[in-house]
Design a protein around this ligand. Structure first.
Ligand code: G6P
Length: 601
């Protein structure tokens, strides 16, 4: 769960500054240490340390390094604590080869022992370092750097995206991919590789996503790819990325998260405009022909999946929600007549990919809901429906959640239509959604900022709801927990009496989500219970509802149908979490211990 970048230019340039900029883009993937390696006038310059990219770059003068070929890395520690020695790039004994890596080399201990026995001296606790020594070993045996790289790739097992520079072939950056994302950017007279598309966009719009098992190199003149020793043709695989580089920048907001919250109306409009009725109808048909439907996802994407799963009950259809990392328990149940909907904004979350693969291995079909064109999940699924949220940089998902809900609502409508049910009300809600979300921001940003003062002084919070409000409560609690570091739990409101209420005392924040009108009456009983315990009563309620009098703080959102409401009622809760985090001095874009895309199990 790290970010890697590599570049091959045709002449000397301020490469250190280019690498620093790439790392700033990639920092959301991990930010405990950073480093660069540059081939500079026949020598290899490596600079790396613990800390955020900007600090490391300043301390180590990245911007003053010149060269033509280089690699860079921003780290999220897996093997070995954050330290200068464990920061990437990692080098061989002679300091001629530098490796950056995202993933885990599973057989590194065995390789390390083998290489140590041959005299290689290791300076880090990482799995990555074995790769540099492995190449060095094969070069000692007489192989060229390229052949040594290929042979080293054939020896490693696990998940990896690798980029390597070697003084022996100073114009090339070698790369390899298995399970971890890696994309080649095809330029004119230069080429790049990176862990994600926004980083490529600083250099070119032409992206070539690599597939598992592919490896090769970039040079200023071209891209070469192989798989199992056979050259792979790249013709037809280079895609024009529809995002602009500016889209991936902060655009004047203090944080990406706030920018992305404000981008939701636009992201929703694009997603809705991009809906293809024929494809939705086909996906709906697959679902209706399935014996069983599963909904897979992790984190926020799982909650978006829950909206769909609960929504299906209105058609008397029962789907099974499965947290992707728990798939193994259900593996024996998956059957060839089943269909799974796999929800993942990145399309690279390893748990969701593995769950989808397990489903496919049993002969069942997978429909992917993802935001990233040609991501691993998209490529491996039988059917793909894309959200069009644009790049999301903030670690906490916001616009990707609301666009997932919008897309899943469109799928829900398609299922209803196939069943001959009148879906016109839901259809018109979906059309209104971008405007309603715009309104939800306008109406609630000021009060979210004000309420953040109270919430910031709390150690705990509950988010209670019922029915289709539950995924909203879950997502609201997750936001507060992950970026403000306040312990927040969501419970079905009825269940709160079976334990959680024991913690409630004066001023304990309890957020009630009233997005599902069918739950209103019962939820009001739960409000009364919490009032009796002097809790701080907060509600997200339909605009104009008399509920406003029953709660201390209210966020009002124009009311629509309960599925579409899941996308708009969450907005004040995103804002509340954001402003609470800022109030507490936390960096909402880079919450501690978290990463945007979890690529290790
Ligand atoms: C991480 C991110 C979450 C995200 C989850 C699933 O935990 O921090 O924001 O919801 O992964 O990611 P995906 O890309 O599969 O939607």
């Amino acid at each position: 769960m790290c970010g890697i970048f590599g570049i091959a230019l045709s002449s000397d340039a301020a490469l250190g500054a280019i690498l620093r900029r790439a790392l700033e883009r990639l920092e959301y993937r991990g930010y405990d240490s950073a480093g660069i390696a540059v081939v500079s006038s026949g020598s290899l310059v490596v600079r790396k340390d613990v800390g955020k990219v900007a600090d490391v770059a300043r301390r180590h003068g990245f911007d003053s390094v010149r060269g033509r070929t280089g690699v860079a890395h921003t780290r999220w520690a897996t093997h070995g604590k954050p330290s200068q020695a464990n920061a990437h790039p990692h080098t061989d004994c002679a300091g001629r080869i530098a490796v950056v890596h995202n993933g885990i080399i599973e057989n590194y201990e065995e390789l390390k022992a083998e290489l140590a026995a041959k005299g290689h001296v290791f300076t880090s606790e990482t799995d990555t370092e074995v790769f540099a020594h492995l190449m060095e070993e094969y070069e000692r045996e007489g192989l060229s750097p390229w052949d040594a790289f290929r042979k080293a790739v054939s020896r490693i097992r696990g998940a990896y995206a690798l980029a390597v520079v070697d003084l022996g072939e100073p114009d090339k950056v070698f790369f390899a991919r298995n399970l971890s994302p890696l994309i080649v950017g095809v330029g004119d007279g230069y080429n790049v590789v990176a862990s994600d598309i926004p980083t490529i966009l600083d250099h070119t719009k032409n992206a070539l996503p690599l597939r598992d098992g592919e490896y090769g190199y970039i040079s200023p003149a071209g891209v070469y790819i192989e798989r199992d020793g056979v050259a792979v043709s790249i013709s037809g695989r280079v895609q024009q990325v529809p995002w602009s580089a500016e889209q991936a920048l902060r655009g004047g907001y203090p944080h990406f998260m706030l920018k992305e919250i404000h981008e939701q109306p636009e992201a929703l409009s694009s997603t809705i405009a991009g809906l293809e009725p024929r494809r939705l109808a086909e996906a709906a048909e697959m679902l209706l022909n399935a014996r069983r439907i599963y909904v897979l996802g992790a984190g926020t994407s799982y909650y978006a999946g829950l909206v769909f799963q609960l929504g299906l009950t209105s058609y008397k259809l029962l789907a099974y929600p499965i947290i992707a990392s728990e798939y193994a328990t259900y593996e024996g149940v998956f059957d060839s007549d089943d269909v799974a909907i796999a929800v993942s904004q990145s399309g690279e979350t390893i748990d969701t990919i593995k769950a989808a693969r397990a489903v496919k291995e049993r002969g069942a079909k997978v429909i992917a809901i993802t935001n990233v064109v040609a991501s691993t999940l998209a490529r491996e699924s039988d059917y793909v429906l894309y959200t069009r949220a644009g790049p999301e940089i903030g670690v906490a998902a916001t616009k990707t959640f609301t666009t997932q809900v919008a897309l899943l609502t469109a799928l829900h409508i398609a299922v209803g239509r196939a069943l001959g049910i009148d879906v016109s009300a839901e259809e018109s809600s979906l059309k209104r959604l971008p405007d309603v979300v715009r309104r939800a921001i306008e109406l609630n940003e000021g009060s979210a900022k004000a309420l953040a003062e109270d919430v910031a002084s709390s150690k705990n919070a509950y988010y209670l709801s019922r029915g289709l409000g539950m995924p909203v409560a879950l997502e609201g609690a997750l936001k507060l927990k992950e970026i403000a570091y306040i312990h927040a739990e969501a419970y079905p409101a009825g269940e709160s009496k079976h334990g959680p209420i024991a913690l409630v005392e004066e001023k304990f924040p309890v957020v009630f989500v009233f997005s599902d009108p069918s739950a209103k009456e019962k939820l009001l009983n739960n409000v009364a219970e919490m009032r009796a315990r002097d809790a701080l009563l907060i509600g997200v309620v339909p605009k104009g509802d008399d509920l406003t009098k029953k709660l201390k703080y209210v966020f009002e959102v124009p009311n629509m149908d309960p599925m579409t409401n899941a996308a708009s009622f969450v907005v004040p809760l995103q804002l509340l979490a954001y402003y609470t985090a800022v109030r507490l001095g936390r960096d909402p874009d880079k919450p501690r211990n978290l990463a945007k895309t979890v690529t290790v199990e």
